[in-house]
Ligand binder design. Structure first.
Ligand code: GRF
Length: 192
């Protein structure tokens, strides 16, 4: 069985969805590690309900980005992690880290990449008055939200939508396509 790590910084609803589905056998892998760079992340509370090791790796406690990433890499090795899933992880991983884990790190992004990369994708798509936005799952490369796309799904922006209702629809799609994309990767069925 492949072993997964999930990296979080905040709310952790995607993380919990993945933990729940792995436990239910809908994702045929073991989530062996949760890493948060934020000691206050609500994700850590959510993870308590699951039998998974949680680790806080606080950037502020490390002298450099390299030392911070070396600590994370050490734990990925210790837990024999096959794939890392970014789920609302707010740090950019260095080119060296990405190169050492090429095609082993996935990310979920709340827009139809390559449109609207960056931290405020959902709001940016809303303010640009897009008629259709969506969700992308991709491998992480050296750029910001630029890696090879595994799966995308559209979400229509309707007249009656508000930013809040759009956010709800985006999340609902995230909870479907992140597991689907993970399973494609696990089954070796990704076509780039
Ligand atoms: C999601 O919208 C995801 O696409 C983006 O960050 C958000 C994380 O939400 N990368 P949550 O922490 O999983 O609730």
């Amino acid at each position: 069985m492949k072993r997964l790590a999930i990296f979080v910084s905040g709310n952790g609803s995607n993380m919990e969805n993945i933990l729940r589905r792995a436990k239910a056998g809908e994702i045929p892998a073991e989530v062996a590690l949760v890493v948060s760079d934020n000691p206050q992340a609500y994700a850590l509370k959510r993870a308590e309900k699951y039998d998974v090791e949680c680790l806080v790796v606080d950037r502020r406690r490390f002298a450099s980005p390299e030392a911070f990433e070396a600590e994370i890499a050490r734990h990925l090795e210790r837990k024999k992690i096959d794939y890392t899933l970014l789920a609302g992880f707010m740090r950019i991983l260095s080119p060296a880290f990405v190169q050492a884990h090429r095609r082993k790190i996935l990310n979920i992004h709340p827009a139809l990449l390559p449109k609207f990369p960056g931290t405020h994708a959902l709001r940016d798509a809303w303010e640009a008055k897009e008629k259709v936005t969506g969700v992308t799952v991709h491998f992480v490369d050296e750029g910001v939200d630029t890696g090879p796309i595994i799966l995308q799904r559209e979400v229509p922006v309707e007249k009656k939508d508000t930013l809040e209702s759009l956010e709800k629809k985006i999340h609902a799609v995230e909870y479907e396509i992140y597991p689907e994309a993970i399973n494609l990767v696990l089954e070796g069925k990704v076509r780039l």
